[in-house]
Design a protein around this ligand. Structure first.
Ligand code: PAF
Length: 289
């Protein structure tokens, strides 16, 4: 496994592998890898000849008041995890290399970025689409792997790749969870053990919401949202919901009554546990009957 910090070196290596008909898989990360990332690596390893992991805490996707400085970092730990997962290259650039002085170009996916996360983190997705675009231009992967935990990010990246005719297949992999259901996230290090236990309520509530739709055939999404938020309020006084949405998985628009709806549904939310902001979602296919 090689660690590369230069853009041109990686571009040349990718050209070489492409010329010798090897398939390249990219797993973009911000480091501090957890089992969710390892599942992406495993999938990439199964499907591609060469696996590249990028480790870059992307300043452009953090708002000024967010946790850029304290975002967890541990390159040595990540290095060993990548090595034992069979990764071929780690791309580990310095921020100045990715955003040099007088950097002016950003990629902005419109509309879908304005709702849900976008409403509370304006500009976040512009930073995400820009860095993913840059990483794809540097690594030239046949496939790029992302987690379903960031449901809106997954939808936006797929749309960007489609709209900009980027020759990379986007693969979305299932959310990996703790035994109690808490979605794995690098930011979980901010939680105490007690908070981690209590945060299980989030996935329980989302699962209740899904059950209301799939098992109890409730079509009024407002009633479903009430069940989910009441569940959280009843079971935890520490978790404070920021938003709760029931949307489709293409435009991520709120769904009203589900009687006429057919397709994928995403129930997603953001909530604070103390100062830590957590996001999670459940997604499933739906047809009214
Ligand atoms: O999901 C993440 O970790 C980041 O948003 C990504 C895709 C690596 C871009 O910085």
């Amino acid at each position: 496994m090689k660690v590369l910090k230069e853009i041109q070196a990686l571009q040349m290596i990718s050209d070489y592998h492409r010329a010798t008909f090897k398939t390249i898989g990219l797993v973009p990360t911000m480091g501090f890898l957890h089992e969710g990332h390892l599942a992406l690596l495993e999938k990439a390893k199964q499907e591609c000849d060469i696996v590249v992991v990028s480790i870059f805490v992307n300043p452009a996707q953090f708002l000024p008041h967010e946790d850029l400085d304290k975002y967890p970092r541990d390159f040595l730990r990540d290095y060993h995890l990548c090595n034992s997962s069979g990764v071929n290259y780690i791309f580990y650039p310095e921020p100045e290399l990715m955003y040099p002085k007088d950097y002016f170009t950003f990629v902005n996916v419109e509309d879908i970025t304005e709702r849900l996360e976008g409403q509370f983190r304006p500009g976040h997705f512009k930073g995400v689409s820009t860095i993913v675009n840059k990483l794809i231009n540097i690594v030239k992967p046949h496939k790029a792997y992302f987690g379903q935990k960031d449901a809106q990010q997954a939808v936006i990246i797929q749309k960007m790749v489609e709209d900009l005719n980027i020759d990379t297949e986007v693969i979305i992999c299932n959310t990996i969870r703790e035994e109690n259901g808490l979605a794995k996230s690098s930011r979980n290090v901010y939680l105490s053990e007690e908070e981690k236990q209590e945060a299980a309520v989030i996935f329980e509530a989302l699962t209740e919401g899904k059950k209301m739709i799939t098992d109890y055939k409730i079509t009024d999404t407002e009633s479903v949202k009430n069940v989910v938020s009441n569940y959280i309020n009843r079971k935890s006084d520490k978790i404070k919901l920021q938003y709760l949405s029931i949307t489709d998985n293409v435009k991520m628009k709120e769904l009203g009554n589900l009687k006429l709806y057919k397709g994928d549904i995403i129930i997603s939310l953001a909530a604070y546990m103390g100062n830590t902001r957590l996001i999670d979602n459940v997604s499933f296919n739906y047809k009214y009957q």
